[in-house]
Design a protein around this ligand. Structure first.
Ligand SMILES: Nc1ncnc2c1ncn2[C@@H]1O[C@H](COP(=O)(O)OP(=O)(O)OP(=O)(O)O)[C@@H](O)[C@H]1O
Ligand SMILES: [Mg+2]
Length: 278
């Protein structure tokens, strides 16, 4: 789906923001991109979406070279991008106009645009939203995602989409992203919130513009020390079980959500109790 070869990006200021990046992302995969502030995550997301042209190297999205101006519409139909601040993405007063804007740029007919807006508004539960500027941050982010989804892309790149939202808003967007992935979309998700990576298939660590590590989700628990060495936070549930493991209590879990882990700890304690009573 996405193939990146020898990617370099240097800002006009001379800042070498991306260095020798090679990465392949399969169709339907969910890849989390993590790294410290200033490591190059947003630049990377910008390059994937074609907004930033590589200084060197090639980025192909479904075979479309992101460098090509000629293929920009094709690229937009294939890959959408959602930013941290929905206010940078929403330009029109009316929600419907905002969703229509992207579609109009892609040369959809008026009738098709209306149908698509109706469909996506229903899916995203934003039918009752009318005036963009009267919405909360979380609601605006849902509109921003709807605008992208209306184009029916195969892949969405998110750049810290929950950073400006309250806990409920964060949860809503996280659930939407998980559903999109389940529905078959390829998801590239830039985040600094480590708990959010737990839904990804693969975690890519960027440091100082380069890929420094890659983990499949199931490898994360065994690489906690390495993750910490990159200045990354560890999901609390993983940290807890890691500390217990160091103390000789090895509890096996498959899922890292708090209730799953609590249930596993409970089962473990019950088992110990039974053994003591036996
Ligand atoms: N428009 C720009 N012009 C020049 N340098 C830039 C520009 N945007 C970013 N940079 C620099 O490029 C590097 C990577 O920035 P980038 O925004 O990609 O990092 P990031 O990982 O997204 O950081 P954050 O976690 O803070 O969002 C940083 O050193 C930054 O200062
Ligand atoms: Mg950023």
């Amino acid at each position: 789906m996405i193939s990146i070869e020898n990617l370099e990006y240097v800002y006009p200021s001379g800042r070498h923001a991306l260095k020798n990046i090679n990465l392949t992302i399969q169709r339907g995969e969910f890849v989390a991109i993590v790294g410290r502030n200033g490591s190059g995550k947003s630049t990377f997301a910008g390059v994937l979406s074609g907004l930033i042209k590589p200084t060197k190297g090639t980025v192909l999205v479904n075979g479309i070279n992101t460098r090509s101006k000629k293929n920009f519409i094709e690229l937009r139909k294939t890959l959408g991008m959602v930013f941290q601040n929905p206010e940078n993405q929403i330009v029109f007063e009316k929600v419907r106009d905002d969703i229509a804007f992207g579609l109009r740029n892609l040369n959809f007919t008026d009738a098709e645009i209306e149908t698509r807006i109706d469909e996506i508004s229903k899916t995203m539960a934003i039918e009752q939203f009318t005036d963009s500027f009267e919405l909360s941050m979380g609601q605006k982010q849902r509109v921003a995602i709807a605008s992208v989804l209306a184009m029916n892309p195969q892949c969405i790149v998110f750049d810290e989409p929950t950073a400006m939202l309250d806990p409920k808003g964060k949860k809503d967007i996280q659930n939407i992203v998980v559903e999109l992935h389940k529905a078959g979309l390829t998801v590239v998700y830039v985040t600094n919130v480590i708990d959010e990576v737990l839904v990804a298939d693969r975690i890519v660590v960027i440091e100082n513009g380069s890929i420094k590590a890659e983990f499949q989700k199931h490898e994360l628990f065994d690489n906690i020390e390495k993750m910490k060495s990159f200045g990354l936070e560890i999901p609390l549930t993983m940290d807890l079980l890691h500390i217990l493991k160091q103390k000789g209590i090895d509890i096996f879990v498959k899922k890292w959500a708090v209730d799953d882990v609590a249930n596993n700890i409970f089962t473990y304690i019950e088992m110990i109790k039974d053994e003591m009573n036996a």
